[in-house]
Design a protein around this ligand. Structure first.
Ligand code: SAH
Ligand code: SF4
Length: 374
């Protein structure tokens, strides 16, 4: 099989060019053609020597993902469903706002963590995406939107790894993709505007800090082990005390001076005043060091199999007030794209029937993804 150049960060591409007997700097030209100009045919790369173009054609490809469907929300949110083969599909959501364009990217088909309030968790784990499949979501969205808007300006300013999957359980593929996003020769996304969201894969939080320090969001959902063990089962492996230590250490290398904690508001499960107090005790322990944090309360997006319900808006506000009064920065996430099931956590990209793509499309199954407006 030919090498897919979307799999490479600039370092790897340079090594690859060298292996073809080319100077390393050729890799920069090639990289810019691919990621800044959205080229997928070597013949279009007119400033590369013909001999190089021919040798690339014989040895590698630029292979994006196939789009299965696209839905546009009334509020401008766009959701794409991409085929990743063998009956699996992943989703990507673009969320336009006045001052930014955010892309929510998937890292796995399914997820092995199994959080009970998450549709991806209910569907189980299919497989890790490759670096190429991760970056292809940005490649496609950025260049499609640019051409629709007839602009050469960058459309996507922010990326959140908050689509399907647990990015830190696909670390090897994640890191090169993050590097392409961050590279000035690639998408030039700032570290502060690139967020990895994790359920708390503690050892990988440290490695992320070493290999690609970007903004970090941690899906907390409960600040006592007993409850968190049920909501976010990975907590049994990496309990709250370890998670806190990893967050403290991450803050020393993070591009932002706080960590965002996501908290999905589940009626009568984790939304009482006492639960808010647990958060305060965990983040701001009496006699201990406070952890620099921003809390993002996410109204739960229900799906039938969960058997769970969203807290009332009054409860969410009262919960936010307790945290706010204790000095924490709290935001309540607004729901975007819910008319196209692109809102946070809705039926997150369930695995498709193992039938062929066209019959799947005819069935018009609604596949959707949790999406986030950070
Ligand atoms: N696996 C990573 C990133 C993907 S999930 C993580 O868990 O952080 C992205 C965010 O969507 C997480 O904060 C997750 O808790 C939240 N989420 C999942 N299902 C949801 C639902 N049904 N309603 C609201 N938020 C949900
Ligand atoms: Fe996986 Fe995140 Fe969903 Fe939990 S919330 S099951 S970690 S995708």
């Amino acid at each position: 099989m030919l090498v897919n150049l979307l799999d490479f960060d600039l370092e790897h591409l340079s090594e690859y060019c060298e292996s073809l007997g080319e100077k390393r700097f050729r890799a920069i030209q090639l990289f810019r053609w691919i990621h800044q100009r959205g080229a997928k045919n070597f013949e279009d790369m007119t400033d590369l020597a013909k001999s190089l173009r021919l040798s690339l054609e014989g040895s590698c490809t630029i292979t994006p993902l196939n789009v299965l469907s696209r839905q546009n929300s009334k509020d401008g949110t766009i959701k794409w469903l991409f085929d990743v083969g063998a009956g699996n599909a992943v989703e990507t959501v673009f969320i336009p706002e006045e001052d930014r364009g955010t892309l929510c990217i998937s890292s796995q088909a399914g997820c092995a963590v199994g959080c009970i309030f998450c549709s991806t968790g209910h569907q189980g784990f299919s497989r890790n995406l490759s670096s190429a499949e991760i970056i292809a979501q940005l490649w496609f969205a950025e260049h499609t939107l640019r051409s629709e808007r007839a602009t050469h300006e960058r459309v996507i300013s922010n990326v959140v790894m908050m689509g399907m999957g647990e990015p830190l359980q696909n670390f090897t593929a994640l890191v090169p993709a993050l590097k392409v996003m961050l590279s000035d020769h690639g998408y030039g996304i700032s570290r502060r505007r690139l967020t990895v969201s994790t359920s708390g894969v503690v050892p990988m939080i440290e490695r992320l800090g070493q290999e690609a320090p970007v903004a970090l969001a941690v899906s907390l959902h409960a600040a006592v082990n007993e409850l968190r063990n049920t909501l976010v089962p990975i907590n049994k492996k990496y309990p709250l005390v370890e998670l806190r230590a990893a967050c403290e250490a991450y803050l020393r290398v993070a591009p932002r001076d706080f960590i965002t904690f996501e908290y999905c508001m589940l009626d009568a499960v984790n939304d009482t005043d006492l639960h808010a107090q647990h958060i305060l005790d965990w983040l701001l322990p009496k006699g201990g060091n406070p952890l620099s944090a921003k809390i993002n309360l996410i109204p739960f997006n229900p799906f039938p199999a969960s058997g769970l319900f969203c807290s009332s808006p009054e409860r969410v506000k009262a919960f936010a007030k307790i945290l706010h009064n204790a000095g924490l920065v709290v935001t309540i996430r607004k729901t975007r794209g819910d008319d196209i099931d692109a809102a946070c956590g809705q039926l997150a990209g369930e695995v498709l029937d193992r039938t062929d793509v066209s019959s799947r499309m005819q069935k018009q199954r609604i596949i959707s993804l949790k999406k986030v407006a950070v």
